[in-house]
Design a protein around this ligand. Sequence first.
Ligand code: GRF
Length: 197
Amino acid sequence: MIRKRVAILISGRGSNMSALIEAAKAPDYPAEIVGVLSNRAAAPGLAIAAAEGIATASLAQSKFPSRDMFEDVMMQTLESWDVDLICLAGFMRVLGEDFVNRWAGRMINIHPSLLPLYRGLHTHERALADGAQVHGCTVHFVTPGLDEGAAILQAEVPVLAGDTPETLAARILIEEHRIYPEALRLLALGAIPATPQ
Ligand code: GRF
């Protein structure tokens, strides 16, 4: 089996990254994690990836004169890893249109809401403020519009009486760790219709 070569982009703790790394250890998983790139040197996920023997890179956008130059270097790093697919996993930078279009249909993200509900930040706070009964997470293709690409998999969780953003986030995170490896598996197998928009 030829396994797809995957890079994961992170900014923080990297629990979704870890879920993908663990899934890719199965001999029949159709993707391997070949690199982890962070835009924050202090991201705890970088050390976790390095301890797994995975190549890592840390690139701070603030050190580059423009976003285009930052993304050019990011692109070079990904090319040096010979990447087929990209998984965004808590990557807190909005990517430019050129970069996104270059990876159309080959770059996915995990978002903590049932898209198209609650695009952007603070999804749990907003769901609670609305009195939502159900909340969840979505793995979706990345397109130039923020959190607008087609959904690949979603998982619902109930909102319970007394939930705080933290308890809700924790309940959803369990589902994120389940559906993200499954969505990457489907993408790597070519089992998803190529409709990134
Ligand atoms: C997750 O909640 C994910 O849905 C969102 O950012 C968070 C990242 O967490 N995009 P982690 O770094 O994967 O632990």
